[in-house]
Structure formats: C-alpha cells, structure tokens
Design a protein around this ligand. Structure first.
Ligand code: G6P
Length: 372
C-alpha cells in the first residue's frame, strides 16, 4: 500500500503533489496547428457550436465549484451567458434549455447519478451535451455528444484535489476555444492565455515546495471549531472549495463567503479569535477588487478575527492586517484559482492529520455517489 501511495502517507497527499503533472496533462496536445481545440470525442459540429447562445454547467460538490470558477472565465472570453447549476437541482428547476444550449457536465468519476440524470434531461430537451471528465469510458461521457477528458490520472482519495485543478484548466481550454470559434477578436488573447496556462504547473510546484508554514498553522489549529473563508470574483468559489475541504476532511464547521457579502450578514459571526482565510485577488485585478478585499481584512481584523491571508508574492498591502500571510506566485486574475486553492487543500489535509482522522476516507462520504 505504501508503494501505491508513492512514498506519501495518504493518497490525498500524493494527489495534491501530482497537481503540476495533472494540469500539464490536461493541457497537453489541446490545440492543433490552427490553434483549434482538440477534444477527445466530438459529435457536435463547429457550425452548431458557433451557434450556442447559452451554457449550463451541471455538476456536484467540488466539480460544481470548478464550474463556478469557470463561469467567470468563459463569460469573459466568449460573452455567452453561463449558468452553473447543481446537477440535482437542474432537472427539477424547469431549466431554460434549447438546441442552441450547450450543457457542460463536470465530473471526476463520470458516474455521479445526479450529474448523469441532468445530462440525460438536457439531451431530452434537445441541448448539446459536453462532458468534462477524468474517467475514461465512464457513463457520463458515453451519454454525451462531446468529451474532454482531464487526463489527470486516477484519483483515489475521496476528497477531490488534482481533478479540481484539471477541471478548471479543461473548462478554460473550452472557453478559449469557443471564443475563437465565434470569431471574437480574442484569437491572439487565447494564445496568450494558453501560454500562461502552460506556465501554471511550475508555479503550483513552487507552492508545493514551500508548505511548511501552512502545515504548522494546521497543527496549531487542531482544536478549532469553526473556520470562515472569504473570496471575491474567482476567489469566491475557491473560498467555498476551501470550506468544503475542511468540512469533508476535518469535520470542522466551515463556510465560504463572497467578500462583498460580509457586511450584509456574515460579519456578525466575527468574534475575537475567529479564524478567517481570505483569498486576496492580485493587485492588478480590475475594478479595485484588491483594495476592496484588503479593506475587508481590515474590517474583520478590527473585530478580532484571526486573519489568514492568501496573497500574491510582492503584495505588501495585506501585511499590516494579516496574522499570517501565505504567499502564492503571481498570475493573471482568472488564473489565480489554480494557485490559491493549493494552500487550502494542504491546510485541510494537515488539519485532518492533526486530528488523527482518516484523510483518504472521511466518514459518511463516498468517492462517487451512484444513487440519486
Ligand atoms: C462525491 C464526492 C465529492 C465529489 C462529488 C462529485 O460527493 O464525495 O468529492 O466532488 O461526488 O463527484 P464527481 O465524480 O462527479 O466529480
């Protein structure tokens, strides 16, 4: 068993450390000589794809947070409206779907019953269906018109890590491809973003080479009963994913909020000593979002919160209000999630370990839920 884990204590730790390779493999060979996306299986014509006027993303759990992250990027690049629906809600909410709707399912296993039923429902309504999936030959890809496999390698730990990064990368490739196909003036941009994406695995590696402090923080926090996570824009789903990892692995009550929502309610939860992770957008994020999140940190710190700040290297603005600063390499705003989630995964892993829990098989959970 130790050999299976490649020398790591748990599958989850192994899979976290495989993330540079997972993202690299997801991106590998994705564009042909004309810069067009190469899917693994395609039964939708380019003509049909260029007519798409609405996208629905359907998924559950961590895959749904990957979808929420992708919504920001796909809408920005394609100007196609993207709705993200939890797969089990989609079927019963009378979704507005027609033959010009692309329903993108995201699933690591390809066997999640809720997601499968959503895909079938979408097809019955005439939508085109595209599966983003990590498991070759699984049911959801077989039931879909097009397939983009992650090629992230098998994921054994129940809590998803490397598949999450692969899902975001795959969705981004899809978004860039759709932008090009629709003849947006983004063709050059797409190449630029792809080039930056190809540089992400090295940055993830740099993060993984320097996790000692995050591990220490986790061990100090073994008795913590509640942790909050704040993020904005693409950092918002990352805050929710950070909270989900902590619920799943450490059985700690955790919640992710949109930083702008703080003043509309959640700030009432802040009392002296309350730990709060804040995913800070890079200083070059449009609309002053960096400044706005820094002032959120200041507000909760003034009320006694213990602020655990995830910020770009070189971002000195956060320092006066941070109890801890966890550094991530610089990246364009939309690509930051591929980096900022990593310390949150590492934190949940070590907190679970510190509590003596089963990291790979948390109580009550299954890797793939094949019942509705
Ligand atoms: C289960 C797992 C989660 C996972 C979700 C979706 O609930 O415990 O970790 O995110 O299913 O799984 P999928 O295979 O569809 O990505």
């Amino acid at each position: 068993a130790a050999a299976e884990k490649g020398g790591y204590a748990t599958f989850m730790e192994k899979e976290i450390n495989e993330q540079p390779a997972a993202v690299r493999d997801t991106l590998l060979g994705r564009t042909d000589e004309n810069g067009r996306l190469v899917l693994d299986d395609m039964r939708i014509s380019e003509e049909e794809l260029s007519q798409i006027h609405r996208i629905y993303i359907v998924a559950c759990g961590t895959a749904a947070y990957a979808g929420m992250t992708a919504k920001y990027a796909i809408e920005h690049w394609t100007r196609i409206p993207v709705e993200v629906a939890l797969a089990h809600e989609f079927r019963y909410c009378d979704p507005i779907v027609d033959e010009r709707t692309l329903v993108v399912s995201i699933s690591q296993s390809g066997e999640t019953m809720d997601t499968l039923m959503a895909v079938k429902h979408a097809r019955s309504l005439g939508a085109k269906t595209l599966a983003i999936c990590n498991t070759h030959g699984s049911t959801i890809p077989r039931e879909s018109d097009a397939v983009l496999y992650l090629h992230a390698g098998p994921e054994i730990a129940v809590a998803s890590t490397k598949a999450f990064l692969g899902m975001i990368a795959a969705c981004y490739v899809l978004g860039l491809y759709l932008a090009q196909l629709r003849g947006e003036t983004y063709a050059d941009d797409a190449k630029q973003v792809m080039a930056e994406l190809h540089g992400i695995p090295d940055k993830i590696q740099a993060l993984l080479d320097d996790t000692e402090r995050v591990k220490e923080i986790a061990f100090f926090m073994a008795d913590t009963r509640s942790v909050l996570f704040l993020g904005r824009n693409v950092g918002y789903p990352i805050a929710m994913e950070g909270a989900l990892k902590l619920k799943e692995l450490a059985y700690i009550h955790a919640e992710g909020f949109a930083a702008g929502e703080l003043k509309h309610g959640p700030i009432a939860l802040i009392e002296p000593g309350q730990p709060v992770f804040i995913v800070v957008p890079g200083p070059d994020t449009p609309h002053d979002l960096h400044k706005k999140v820094v002032s959120n940190i200041q507000e909760i710190r003034a009320r006694g919160a213990r602020t655990l700040v995830i910020a770009e290297e070189g971002d000195e603005d956060v320092v006066p209000f941070a109890d801890e600063v966890i550094r991530v390499p610089q990246a364009s705003p939309l690509l930051e999630p591929l980096l900022t989630v990593v310390p949150l995964q590492v934190f949940a892993l070590h907190l679970s370990t510190a509590k003596g829990l089963d990291v790979d098989q948390p109580r009550n959970l299954a890797k793939s839920v094949t019942v509705e």
